[in-house]
Structure formats: C-alpha cells, structure tokens
Design a protein around this ligand. Structure first.
Ligand code: PPE
Length: 308
C-alpha cells in the first residue's frame, strides 16, 4: 500500500510506523470497533473532502450503536483530518477514521475498555481497478447472505461485521470474479462487499431499500440525488436476484469503489457500461472533483500546502 508520513492517534500526530496498539486491544479479539471510509480529491478549490460531515455523522452513529462514546467532537475530528492531510502533504487521499475498544479487561463486556480513535490517510487508487471503473467488473452472487438485523446492525459500519464481507470477497476472488453481491436474509439483493448496488431497466433506476439490510451509503445517497436531478426516476425497492441479470445496466457505488459498472453477473454478460451509467458516472465524478457547481456544498475544502 501507499504509506503516508503521519497518523493521527488519540489527539497526536505520530509517525506512520509507530501507530501501534497492544495485542490485547479488545477490538482485535472481538471486532469491537467502528470506522469510516472517506475520500479527498484534488480540486480547483484545493484538496476537498467529499461529504465529510455525513461520514463523520455516520461514524458517530455507528459508535453509539455499539455503546461507544467518541471522546472527540465531530468538529475536532474534522479539524484533525484537515491537519493530518496538510501535514502529510497529500493532494488527494483515502481517509480512514477508526474508533476501537482498546486494551483493558479481556472478556466480552467492553464497557470499561477505553475508546481509542485513530485517523489514517493514504493515496488509494481505483478500488476495483481502473479497468473495472472504465469497462465494468465481473461479479457473482455470493453464497453468503448479508448480516441481518436479527443478529447484527447492518446500518452500522462496524469492524467485526466485516467478517461477512471478507468471506464473500474471498469466495468471489477464489472463483475468479472481481466482486460479490450479497443477498439479504429474505433472499433479495442487498449490496456488494463494500458497495451499494443500482439496477437500471427500461430507463428506470432501482436500488435496494433500507429494509434490505444495506449500509446507508453516502455515495448511494449522492447518486440517487444526481440521477433524480438528471431526470431519472429512482425507486428504492426490493430487487430480486434475477433482476440483476435481466437488467440493462448494473453498477456499484462506494467511497473506495466510487461508481463502478458491472459488465457480467454469474457468467451472464450485461455488456459494457451503458449510457445511463456513463452519464451518472460523469456527473458523479464531476461532483467528487469539484467540477459541478451544483454539488459544491458536498465538498469540505482543506488548505494543503504544497509538498515543496
Ligand atoms: N456497503 C458496505 C458494506 C460498505 O462497506 C460500503 C463502503 C458501502 C456499502 C458504501 O458506502 P459509502 O462509502 O458510504 O458510499 N465501503 C468502504 C470500505 C471499503 C474497504 O475495503 O475498506 C469504503 O468504500 O470506503
């Protein structure tokens, strides 16, 4: 991976290689942590973090759902992130805030373990490859179902919950695919291992609703808004597995993956990215990179001194 110089650890900037935790960190054993994935882009306005507040609010909500009080206000985390990007001299980067139950008593009750907060930033290219972003990826429907609200909290972005994504990801990669699409407990389409999913049929756009165990993706929300602004009808409703392969176009959205088209599902070709996908992808890309006046309010601009 691309490393950076510094990591923000509980209020201090420490060298990348010194950002370490004790082996008895509670989260290492039990997955008791929450995190975010955010991106900052090099724009004409300077380095701009996409929908920073929305991500930080989701981080706080995830923490609350797991009974963790983050010992910093959202504004403090925001400022820490600006400082971190500046000090690392990065023009664009991926941002990973992480809140974990730290070293303390072992055993499942985490309530007396400290809540620790870290923020890392690094340069991260196209998550599913440049080629995938341009020409589409190959996906398969996973044999693993997405975690349900019967046993976990699909709306929380919690560390331990990602074992579900990891299993689905490994399965899909071992079978020669780029990504997995998980169904929910009821058997309807949920999402990718780290992306929300959209299906287009006869000019209409559909995406699984909150009741399908999805993570409420910030980019999902952005793309719904953009598509509606472009005049498309977007409906949040259950999507049957078979609709994936009967669709004209299917694409994924996520911070890491941005907007990535799918060209094949379960060995059935959907073809190269379609016109509607392309159009939305263009506007979305303009929004991310500060080229769309209409979506400027989504950007949190950082003043980054040049690395000189
Ligand atoms: N679902 C899941 C399960 C998920 O992890 C993500 C983000 C999304 C949907 C899309 O959410 P949003 O980024 O707010 O639009 N996945 C993050 C982690 C990826 C990783 O490999 O780590 C991300 O994209 O940053």
């Amino acid at each position: 991976m691309n490393t950076a110089d510094l990591i923000w650890a509980n209020g201090e900037l420490v060298p990348w290689e010194d950002a370490k935790v004790h082996v008895l960190t509670h989260a290492l054993h039990y997955g008791t942590g929450v995190f975010e994935g955010i991106r900052a882009y090099d724009t004409d306005l300077g380095t701009a973090i996409f929908r920073h507040r929305d991500h930080l609010e989701r981080l706080q909500k995830s923490a609350t759902l797991y009974y963790m009080d983050i010992p910093y206000a959202l504004d403090e985390l925001r400022e820490a992130t600006h400082e971190l990007i500046s000090q690392n001299g990065l023009r664009s980067c991926y941002i990973r805030p992480l809140v974990v139950r730290g070293y303390g008593p072992m055993g499942l009750d985490p309530l007396s373990n400290p809540v620790e907060v870290y923020i890392a930033v690094w340069e991260w290219g196209a998550y599913l490859g440049e080629e995938g972003k341009s020409n589409g990826i190959r996906a398969r429907v996973s044999s693993y179902r997405r975690i349900s609200s019967d046993s976990l909290i699909p709306h929380a972005k919690a560390c331990g919950q990602y074992l579900n994504s990891v299993l689905a990801k490994i399965e899909s990669k071992n079978a020669g695919y780029d990504e997995a699409i998980l169904l929910d407990q009821k058997g309807v389409v949920c999402e990718g291992t780290g992306e929300n999913v959209f299906v287009i049929r006869d000019g209409e756009i559909f995406t699984p609703p909150h009741t399908a165990s999805i993570l409420d993706g910030v980019n999902r929300r952005s793309v719904i808004e953009i598509a509606r602004d472009l005049g498309y009808r977007v409906t949040e409703r259950d999507v049957a597995r078979s609709e994936l392969v009967h669709a004209d176009e299917v694409f994924l959205t996520g911070t890491a993956a941005e907007l990535t088209p799918i060209r094949e599902i379960d060995d059935i070709a959907l073809g190269p990215p379609g016109e509607i996908t392309r159009q939305i992808q263009r506007v979305f890309d303009d929004a991310l990179h500060g080229r769309a006046e209409q979506y400027r309010e989504w950007l949190d601009v950082v003043q980054v001194p040049s690395k000189a």
